[in-house]
Design a protein around this ligand. Structure first.
Ligand code: 13P
Ligand code: SF4
Length: 317
């Protein structure tokens, strides 16, 4: 199925008939972003899901995002157009592994990235996203140890910004962002010396970006480590004509809409998340027509994880 005007009309008709709001993450296919009621990053979409007046939330994103919406709004129907849309980062720590890690550090505060399963959130004190990870860690008593999971690159970024030493970081990674490497970034940065650089903190190359800036190869004030929502805000304020973007390539659509006069170029044009791309126009139509796939979270697990997610949506801008 192509995203024709007839498709768009049918999606809108079914959404209205179901009293559904359609949320889309910034990495979704352009046609899915364009039909959604709201497009944003993980934090913004979680907040919208928690406050939505509609009875049904259709989450065009990956499974942990829809699960987070269900934890926040257990009485709503939460649908995802394809429940196979997982996340390699969320798969990088299991609840059993976290239980064992906590047993080694019984007094530590557990901070989990939102890219985790509901079972991991149920063992967590505060969740965070890339938008507010620094604020979340800074809100914790400096004398308490922190277990930060599962993303090692986001963890390194938070440690660098907060200067916190008593922070243990899980060695997980996202296969898409880890694959945007320092060599590509260095080559692109050197061949576009007047461009600005937007880097998602999940990138393996975030450290290289700062190293390049430190070396003087790239002006430090042109390097911005940002969540996907932060990139859209920064695009509106950008002063250069060209921006190099180190993140999943779905991001380029929202950036080009936000600032049509700027030339946005991916640092790695193969950085595509196959899970995000499972949400096709056909899958969205089937979801609304057949009420599937419905996202269920065991009520006890959801109850155990709710406080950590509510803390997450209360912290940061
Ligand atoms: P954001 O919260 O920055 O949108 O990131 C979500 C994600 O999955 C990054 O890979
Ligand atoms: Fe997960 Fe990476 Fe895909 Fe984001 S880009 S959903 S972190 S696999």
């Amino acid at each position: 199925i192509d995203a024709t005007p007839e498709w768009a009309q049918e999606v809108r008709r079914l959404a209205a008939a179901r009293n559904a709001t359609i949320l889309a993450h910034n990495y979704q296919l352009p046609e899915i972003q364009d039909i959604a009621d709201h497009v944003g990053d993980s934090l913004a979409l979680s907040r919208i899901a928690a406050a939505a007046p509609e009875r049904t939330i259709v989450f065009c994103g990956v499974h942990f995002m829809a699960e987070t919406a269900k934890i926040l709004s257990p009485d709503k129907t939460v649908l995802i157009p394809d429940q196979r849309a997982g996340c390699s980062l969320a798969d990088s720590i299991s609840a059993d592994e976290l239980r064992d890690w906590k047993a080694e550090h019984p007094d530590a505060v557990v901070v989990s990235y939102v890219n985790t399963t509901a079972a991991v959130k149920a063992l967590t004190d505060i969740c965070c996203t890339s938008s507010n990870a620094v604020d979340v860690v800074a809100s914790i008593d400096p004398d308490r140890e922190v277990l930060f999971l599962p993303d090692q690159f986001l963890g390194a970024h938070v440690k660098r910004v907060t200067g916190r030493q008593n922070m243990h970081i899980w060695a997980g990674e996202c296969h898409v962002h880890a694959g945007i490497n320092g060599d590509e970034l260095t080559a692109q940065a050197r061949s576009h010396p007047d461009a600005e650089l937007f880097v998602h903190p999940e990138c393996g190359c975030a450290t290289s970006a700062l190293y390049l800036a430190g070396e003087g190869a790239f002006p430090a004030d042109r390097v911005h480590i940002l969540s996907t929502g932060g990139m859209v805000d920064a695009a509106k304020a950008a002063t250069s004509n060209q921006v190099l973007v180190a993140t999943e390539i779905g991001m380029l659509h929202q950036l080009r809409r936000a600032a049509p006069g700027i030339d946005f170029q991916p640092v790695n044009d193969r950085a595509s998340c196959r899970y995000m791309k499972m949400i096709t126009p056909a899958a969205l139509l089937r979801c609304l027509a057949d009420n599937r796939d419905e996202v269920q979270v065991d009520p006890d697990v959801a109850a155990a994880g709710r406080a950590s997610v509510q803390r997450m949506i209360a912290i940061g801008n």
